[in-house]
Design a binder for this molecule. Structure first.
Ligand SMILES: Cc1cc2nc3c(=O)[nH]c(=O)nc-3n(C[C@H](O)[C@H](O)[C@H](O)COP(=O)(O)OP(=O)(O)OC[C@H]3O[C@@H](n4cnc5c(N)ncnc54)[C@H](O)[C@@H]3O)c2cc1C
Length: 415
């Protein structure tokens, strides 16, 4: 296989052409516009994309033209500023990070200039038909004569022509989410250059969201000064809802979004990590547990993490803390310690080493007649783990772990 036809001369098309050329292929890029297409907003070069740009030899050039955002404001429904950050913006992520945000048209121009000597470009043209046989793919064009290629790649954006020709009408693949975005240039008459403003309409809790019997997790994070309150609760539809409050006027609670599904139990299991993410663990309807984390540099989005469990179903909300074990000093992450009630009235203790990035391990099964684990901490008393459980007879009981293992403590009294 030698020849590759790439439809679309935006970002993905020329970048792929560069890498294919590097590996000995002969790529051709067909672009509908008469030249490199200007416009669009920005593209964030993050994670593996940084390696790709580096391997293309464009890292320094991209760094030179990167955007220089100063921060962002969040406005309430009446237009007043309810929060501001000079550390991160929703679209650019952390401003002191290694990620590079470049205006789309700068990146398009850059990758085109970098590839045009080695890559064939057909501007002002488009594929109109694709026929595949043993010799390759015969492509027909609006203007150019038909040609046969070994491979055809669609990099022609959201409304891809190649996808339509190969797989059918785009209605089967593109689902409109009801959002509209408009990008335009204007005079800087409000002195807002390199500053983002986000308008939140109608902040606050939606009625009927929280599941009955679900205890919200509640912590103070270090976002803002003084730090924001963060609340996560299981919702009636088996999902998780996040709300946060800036601890200053006008004291409104902001909707941090709905995420996850199939959540059976969730409670006191929310931690802010050293990297300032939020981590939580919830019990799923299939009896296993799952970690969810909020990816702050990438738009403050909640993302699914690892699923774990012993095979015995979790029957209550896990309790999660970051303890001191595993931490080299007070600036490094300690292990996660988690206790959860499982079928059979017992408690499982799990831990995860955060320093070395190890996976979840179950270290012990203890207790009897336990309906739910309701609270957990690591005390200053010998750095023992201390747990309070709710028993099936509705009384509370104390368990603790020291160097010799888990011990059954006193029954505390009626609830
Ligand atoms: C309003 C807006 C804001 C955004 N903001 C950000 C941001 O802040 N950060 C970020 O990382 N990303 C952002 N994005 C997303 C980013 O622009 C896209 O992820 C990126 O442009 C995708 O690159 P691409 O090469 O896949 O497609 P595109 O950039 O869309 O390029 C596709 C190319 O294919 C061409 N084409 C289309 N049809 C044909 C055809 N039939 N024949 C030949 N050529 C064709 C088009 O002319 C175009 O040149 C934003 C997008 C929008 C719309």
């Amino acid at each position: 296989m030698r020849t590759v036809l790439i439809s679309g001369g935006g970002i993905a098309g020329p970048v792929l052409a560069h890498r294919l050329r590097h590996h000995g292929f002969r790529p051709t890029v067909v672009e509908r516009a008469p030249g490199p297409r200007a416009g669009g907003q920005a593209v964030d070069i993050r994670g593996v994309a940084l390696d790709v740009v580096d391997r293309m030899g464009l890292l320094e050039r991209a760094s030179r033209v990167r955007t220089r955002m100063r921060g962002m404001s969040i406005l309430g429904p009446d237009g007043s500023e309810v929060d501001r950050s000079t550390e991160a913006t929703f679209s650019s992520g952390r401003l002191d990070g290694e990620d590079i945000e470049v205006l789309r048209e700068d990146l398009v121009r850059m990758v085109h200039e970098h590839t045009r000597a080695d890559v064939e470009y057909l501007f002002g043209d488009s594929i109109t038909g694709l026929d595949e046989d043993e010799s390759g793919v015969r492509a027909r064009f609006t203007h150019a004569a038909p040609r046969t290629f070994d491979l055809v790649v669609g990099a022609d954006g959201l409304h891809s022509t190649v996808r339509r020709l190969a797989f059918g009408p785009e209605e089967r693949f593109v689902h409109h989410l009801g959002s509209y975005l408009s990008v335009f240039g204007t005079d800087n008459f409000l002195a807002l250059e390199d500053w983002q403003m986000w308008l939140r309409d109608g902040a606050g809790l939606r009625p009927g969201d929280a599941a009955v019997g679900s205890t919200p997790a509640f912590i103070q994070s270090d976002y803002g000064k003084p730090g924001n309150f963060e609340v996560v609760v299981r919702t009636a539809d088996g999902r998780l809802g996040h709300w946060w409050r800036i601890n200053g006027a006008p004291w409104t609670w902001n909707d941090g979004g709905r995420f996850a599904s199939g959540i059976a139990h969730y409670g006191p299991a929310l931690v802010q990590t050293r990297a300032r993410h939020l981590d939580l663990v919830a019990a799923l309807t299939d009896g296993r547990m799952q970690l969810w984390w909020r990816d702050d540099p990438n738009g403050f989005a909640w993302r699914a993490g690892e699923i774990f469990g012993s095979g015995t179903a979790a029957v209550s909300a896990p309790c999660l803390i970051e303890g001191q074990y595993g931490a080299a000093d007070e600036d490094t992450a300690g292990n996660y310690e988690l206790c959860v009630a499982v079928a059979g009235g017992r408690v499982e203790h799990w831990w995860r080493g955060n320093a070395g990035g190890s996976s979840w391990r179950r270290s012990a099964v203890f207790g009897h007649d336990v309906a739910a684990v309701t609270g957990m901490l690591q005390g200053s008393f010998g750095f023992n783990l201390e747990v309070i459980v709710l028993r099936t007879d509705r009384r509370l009981q104390h368990y603790w772990r020291d160097g010799a293992g888990w011990h059954e403590g006193s029954v505390i009294g009626p609830v």
